[in-house]
Each structure stands twice: as structure tokens, then as C-alpha cells.
Design a protein around this ligand. Structure first.
Ligand code: NAD
Length: 457
């Protein structure tokens, strides 16, 4: 692969914000402190981008799992439904969860995977094994990057849950490690594989909506009781909500619309501004707890809803919202508008030039004409295996398929970094009165890349 001409200092020379470049931001959580380093790490001599990265085909894919809580067990279930996958090792800090995962693997006819449960660093021993191709990471947000970096340095591909990283420094860590180790580093953004999202992607690619100018995305998922639950080891989301104010979970909404807009294939996320409402809904729910409940003393930093506006290098705009506390039905918004038409989700509907006034809600003809080949092929096993209506199965199947065929993956480490960096940058913008923040160019080569293979299948 030829080195990118812009793999130089230029993409790293950005200052994090026009308004606060180089200043020490006094954000509450230490986890973010490293994220605002205005001097991103310099690339090593000869370091090249990983667009189009391929590895020799794997006959079978040997997987190690770190984190077998709620999400990890669901991913494990999908993988056990996919042929040519061997689960060789599982790791969690809760020994009972390791045993539960081992039993699930054995129940599906595979040998008992090795278990790692000694402490918080037990994942390092898992990564050192010489019989793994791929490490899945489904642990709390601030542990993803150390685990993925360790896995890649030990020669494994890394598949990380969302968001992949919590700070700008962590985003660069992922990029630099993937580039220097030449390993795949994939963020498991399952929403990119939804049946509707892939239908819209095909329609976008075929020009149905004309030239795109705007998209809207979100994660609007009411979960007040879930956030307030008091189970040992399960309160980590509340820890973030208590200390950080911004978009803490941007990628479910942003991922699919970034694919529609061809982000990293001729365009990139350039800058953002962000604003949060005041916090009220979670406090009100907390106040309904019994008077002697210790949670009554907790307070929350994250506003009820965060709204972030992103402008791309080509001058397109993306609205990204986040709320886990508003009393409302679930939505990822999933809207895209172009010069000749608009698609809106929740519920799915579209309007194209020439149609009568109003939305078209019967999308069956569009499914028949533009339905994505992955869903045509995998509909039955995806629905049987499940996971968010089948999209989790499609994502996992496709990852295994690409590794077995030696193909580039659908999503790159640059997608993981650029989509995840909305977490620290939205927080930074909110903290500075909605200041404008530059979004780093993690790629140095976004102008010349082809669309994701998902768009051209
Ligand atoms: N893509 C999706 O649709 C989706 C859905 C849910 C969760 N997630 C993501 O999955 C991740 C996990 O979320 P969850 O809901 O399963 O949380 P969880 O608390 O149910 O599970 C996390 C697991 O990680 C384990 N763990 C924590 N630190 C560890 C360490 N150092 N080593 C090994 N294991 C460790 C915990 O014991 C727990 O079993 C998060 O990043 C979350 O955002 C994604």
C-alpha cells in the first residue's frame, strides 16, 4: 500500500479548539484529562494508513472475549451461531460470568474456552495467547482502548464495543496502534448493519436522494431506572453521567449517517458545536427512591438532552442528539436529506421530488428494489439469532466473513476514532459555552478513499 502524501505532521498539527487551544480544561473526570492534549503524538517513521488493510484468509476465526456481561453474552450468542468461529478464551472480572460464558460455549459443542478472571488486568494474559486471531471487547467505556491496544500489540485483531474511545488521546492511540501493528481495529457499530440503514445506504449510493446536504442522528433511549439500578459492577454508566456533560453515546446514530455521507471517502467531520439542556429527569427519578437510599445523595452532570451540530469538510451538516432520560419513545432519528429527496426514520418514511405532498410510508417497493444484499442473504439466520432485530448477527457474520475471505473490513479504525471523538469534543464544547471545536483528521487520506464495502456490495 502506498504511503499517503498527507501522512505527515499536518493532520496531527490541529489545535483542539479555536477558543481554548492549549488551555488546561478543568473537566471533572480525570478520564478526559488526556483527551485535550494539543500536541497529538507524531507518527513513527514509515507509519502508513490502514485503509484497505487485508490479511491472508483465515479458515476458522479463533476468538477471545473480554467482558461477558450483558452485551458480551449477546455477542457471544451471535458468534456461536456463525460457522467457522471458535471461542478459545473468555475473560471477566466476575468469575461467575466467565463460568456462564464457558458453559454457553460448551453447550454449543465447542471445547471449554480458557477462563481469565483473576483481576482487572487478566485480559493481558488472554491477549498473550498464541491461538487467537481476534479479540472482542465488551467492557465499560474507559477500558476499551487499553484492551484493544494490548490485543493489537500481541498480534490480534480487535473488535471493540461502542464508543471505542473516550478521549482524543485514546482515539490517536487506536489509530497509531492499528497503523504500526497493521491489525484490524473495528468498532462494533451494529446500527450500521440495520435493515433500514442498509436500505437507505443503497438508495443514497444509487442517487435516489440526489446530492446529500444534511443528516440527523441520535440515541434517544429512555433508561432512567436502568441508570439508577444498584447492582454490583453494573453502575459504571451512572459514574459517567454523574461527572460528564455532553454526548456520551454518539456512534449508534452517527455511524449510519456517516456512511450515507461518505465520511472518510471524500468528506470528513470537520468541526462541531454542542449544547446540553439542564439536568432534571434523572434527579426527579432519584428523588422518588426511599429517603434512606444512599443514591439519594448522588447528583448528575449530564443534561437531559445533548444536541451537537457537526459540519463536514464539504459543508454538509449533521445533527446528533443524545438522551437516556427523556420520557419518550426510542429513536436513533436516522434522517438524511439531499437535493431530490429526504428519508426519515422512527417510523421509516420518505419523500422524493415528484411525489404528492406528504410522506410515503409504504417502503415495500423500495425494499424490493434497493434491499441490501446482506439482508437478502441473511434475513432468516439474522432473525433467528437475533440481537437488535438481527443487525447484531449481520454485523458479526460480516466481520467473520471478511476475515475468512481476507477482505478489508467495512469499518476502519478511523471511523472508530472520528465517530467516538464526539464524546470528548461535545463535552469540551458544552464546558466552554458551546465553543466550536475542530475534529481531528485521523486519516490524513480521506479525500481519496473509496466508499465502505458496505456501500458497494
Ligand atoms: N452495540 C450495542 O448495541 C451495545 C449494547 C449494550 C452495550 N454496549 C456496549 O458494550 C459494552 C459493555 O456494556 P454492557 O451493557 O454489557 O455492560 P455490563 O456491565 O453488563 O458488562 C460489562 C462487563 O465487563 C466486565 N469488566 C469490567 N472491567 C473488566 C476488566 N478489566 N476485565 C474484564 N472484564 C471486565 C464486567 O464485569 C461486566 O461483566 C459497553 O461499551 C457498552 O456501551 C453496546
Amino acid at each position: 500500500m502506498s504511503p499517503s502524501p498527507s501522512r505527515s505532521l499536518s493532520r496531527r498539527g490541529f489545535l483542539a479548539t479555536a477558543g481554548a487551544a492549549g488551555s488546561g480544561l478543568s473537566l471533572t473526570a480525570g478520564v478526559l484529562a488526556a483527551g485535550f492534549n494539543p500536541q497529538p503524538p507524531l507518527p513513527k517513521p514509515g507509519q502508513q494508513h490502514v485503509f484497505g488493510l487485508k490479511h491472508p484468509p483465515l479458515e476458522r476465526v479463533r476468538v477471545g472475549f473480554i467482558g461477558v456481561g450483558g452485551r458480551g453474552m449477546s455477542l457471544l450468542g451471535n458468534l456461536l451461531d456463525i460457522p467457522h468461529v471458535e471461542i478459545r478464551a473468555v475473560c471477566d472480572v466476575v468469575p461467575e460470568r466467565v463460568k456462564r460464558a464457558q458453559a454457553q460455549v460448551q453447550a454449543r459443542g465447542q471445547a471449554e474456552p480458557a477462563g481469565y478472571d483473576s483481576d482487572e488486568r487478566a485480559f493481558e494474559a488472554l491477549c498473550r495467547r498464541d491461538d487467537l486471531d481476534l479479540v472482542y471487547i465488551a467492557t465499560p467505556w474507559d477500558s476499551h482502548v487499553p484492551m484493544a491496544v494490548t490485543a493489537m500489540r500481541q498480534g490480534k485483531h480487535a473488535a471493540i464495543e461502542v464508543p471505542a474511545a473516550m478521549t482524543i488521546a485514546e482515539c490517536w492511540d487506536l489509530v497509531d496502534t492499528a497503523e504500526t501493528t497493521r491489525r484490524h481495529c473495528l468498532m462494533l457499530e451494529n446500527c450500521c448493519y440495520g435493515e433500514i440503514e442498509l436500505l437507505v445506504l443503497r438508495m443514497v449510493v444509487q442517487g435516489v436522494f440526489g446530492e446529500l446536504t444534511h443528516a440527523e442522528a441520535g440515541y434517544l433511549h429512555e433508561a432512567r431506572d436502568y441508570l439508577l439500578r444498584d447492582l454490583p459492577g453494573a453502575n459504571w454508566r451512572r459514574r459517567f453521567v454523574a461527572t460528564l456533560d455532553g454526548n456520551l453515546y454518539p456512534t449508534h446514530g452517527l455511524g449510519p449517517v456517516a456512511l450515507y455521507l461518505g465520511i472518510h471517502a471524500g468528506d470528513r467531520l470537520d468541526h462541531l458545536v454542542s449544547m446540553s439542556s439542564r439536568e432534571l429527569a434523572l434527579s426527579r427519578r432519584r428523588d422518588a427512591l426511599p429517603a434512606d437510599d444512599p443514591r439519594r445523595r448522588e447528583s448528575f452532570a449530564c443534561g437531559d438532552i445533548n444536541t451537537t451540530l457537526v459540519r463536514t469538510a464539504l459543508g454538509r451538516t449533521i445533527l446528533v442528539q443524545y438522551s437516556m432520560v427523556q420520557a419518550r419513545p426510542y429513536s436513533r432519528i436516522n434522517m438524511v436529506a439531499g437535493t431530490t429527496g429526504t428519508f426519515c426514520d422512527y417510523p421509516p418514511r420518505l419523500h422524493l421530488d415528484g411525489q404528492p405532498e406528504g410522506w410515503v410510508t409504504d417502503l415495500q417497493p423500495y425494499h424490493e428494489r434497493y434491499g441490501h444484499p446482506l439482508w437478502k442473504q441473511l434475513n432468516a439466520p439474522a432473525r433467528a439469532s437475533g440481537g437488535h432485530g438481527g443487525m447484531d448477527y449481520v454485523m458479526n457474520w460480516r466481520l467473520i466473513h471478511c476475515l475468512r475471505e481476507g477482505r478489508p473490513l467495512d469499518l476502519t479504525v478511523y471511523d472508530a476514532a472520528a465517530w467516538s471523538c464526539l464524546v470528548p469534543l461535545s463535552i469540551a464544547s458544552v464546558a466552554r459555552g458551546s465553543a466550536r471545536w475542530r475534529i481531528p483528521d485521523f486519516t490524513g487520506a480521506w479525500r481519496d478513499q473509496p466508499p465502505s464495502p458496505l456501500a458497494t456490495l
